[in-house]
Design a protein around this ligand. Structure first.
Ligand SMILES: Nc1ncnc2c1ncn2[C@@H]1O[C@H](COP(=O)(O)OP(=O)(O)OP(=O)(O)O)[C@@H](O)[C@H]1O
Ligand SMILES: [Mg+2]
Length: 321
């Protein structure tokens, strides 16, 4: 689903924990991409907690995904509204019609189809915090979605838990045609939730004992997911060293390859603009957050490039401080 010519490139942005800076990052990244001349749509899919409009300086008056899902409207692309930034459209969430946190599987599939019809080069998707089924499915819209976290232990732990839930939910759904396999997996997963800490590798082994071909197919599908991490509200460039440990943990526990996409400093200019209800990037500020974001935008635009080493990212962050 990535980089198919003519299809938009979808960039879902998730976090395990709430309040880590997901929405302002989504809004600012979308603004930066649009300013680079890339047609972009920022989509608010934090259903139940939609507030992306505030970070884009938009009113909360336009119908959005909430109205679409309530079947009052049928054509999702027609709900994209222009923003004050050239090349940037906005698709509202359910700010106007709240309490849409739970949607049915049928609705979700319909929503995914309609998202792929959006006319843009980049679609930036702000997701809800946590591991709701909706969120995990929407994160799976791309193979290399972004996970944003602060450097606090609870936020890092929740980011890992999100990817663990994402992996196991995918294994379960891919194995779901076979009832006995599904039951066996559910039992194993429950045991691991009790603290036995089952790895994805152990789950593939369990699966292989029942159905080796299916086990291989599922592993191949899941190995294609390579999430990228943004570390937010950092104090110093060296904070990025935690990225190495995160990568190792994901490899060991989930057999998952991940990479750091960049580091964003704690920046009082961000907080100030939010308090004053201003769009952070309205002018082109030269602050630590804006510099970090520019580097992340550059990296996304060069998608074919290899992910940079940790040392490269740390020295880059030194220049942004
Ligand atoms: N790098 C930063 N420096 C300073 N403040 C920041 C930074 N990043 C985010 N913030 C502040 O953190 C607060 C939460 O940000 P935001 O709403 O984007 O988080 P979120 O992850 O989307 O939250 P939620 O889970 O509620 O959707 C905002 O007030 C924002 O100004
Ligand atoms: Mg948010």
């Amino acid at each position: 689903m990535v980089n198919i010519p003519g299809r938009p490139r979808i960039i879902p942005i998730a976090s395990g924990k709430g309040g880590v800076g997901k929405s302002i990052f989504a809004a600012s990244l979308a603004i930066n991409l649009a300013r680079r001349g890339e047609s972009t749509v920022a989509v608010d899919l934090d259903l139940g907690g939609s507030n992306l409009h505030t970070y884009l300086g938009m009113p909360n008056t336009n119908p959005g995904v909430g109205d679409f899902l309530k079947q009052r409207l049928t054509d999702l692309p027609s709900l994209v509204v222009p923003t004050p930034v050239d090349n940037l459209g906005f698709l509202p969430g359910d700010g106007k019609t709240p309490f849409m946190a739970n949607i049915s599987t049928r609705q979700r599939l319909h929503l995914l189809d309609e998202l792929l019809r959006l006319k843009a080069r980049y679609i930036i998707v702000d997701l809800g915090a946590g591991s709701a089924i909706n969120t995990m499915n929407l994160f799976g819209l791309a193979l290399d979605g972004i996970v944003i976290t602060t450097l606090d232990t609870p936020a890092l732990m929740n980011a890992l838990v999100f990817l663990r839930n994402f992996t196991f939910a995918n294994i379960l759904s891919l194995a779901s045609e076979r009832a006995p396999t599904r039951k066996m997996l559910l039992n194993a997963y429950r045991r691991s939730a009790d603290g036995a800490n089952l790895t994805a590798e152990e789950i593939y082994d369990l699966l292989a004992a029942h159905d080796p071909l299916l086990a291989r197919q599922i592993r191949q599908r899941l190995e294609r997911f390579t999430p990228r991490f943004v570390y937010n509200m950092a104090d110093q460039p060296e904070d990025l060293r935690v990225a190495g440990r995160i990568q190792d943990t994901l490899k060991k526990n989930l057999s998952m390859n991940s990479s750091p996409l960049g580091l964003l400093f704690y920046d009082s200019a961000v907080r100030k603009s939010v308090r004053q209800n201003k769009v952070f990037l309205r002018e082109q500020p030269d602050t630590p957050y804006a510099r970090g974001l520019r580097a992340i935008t550059d990296r996304l635009l060069k998608s074919a490039a290899q992910s940079p080493s940790l040392e490269t990212l740390i020295s880059e962050a030194r220049r942004h401080a």
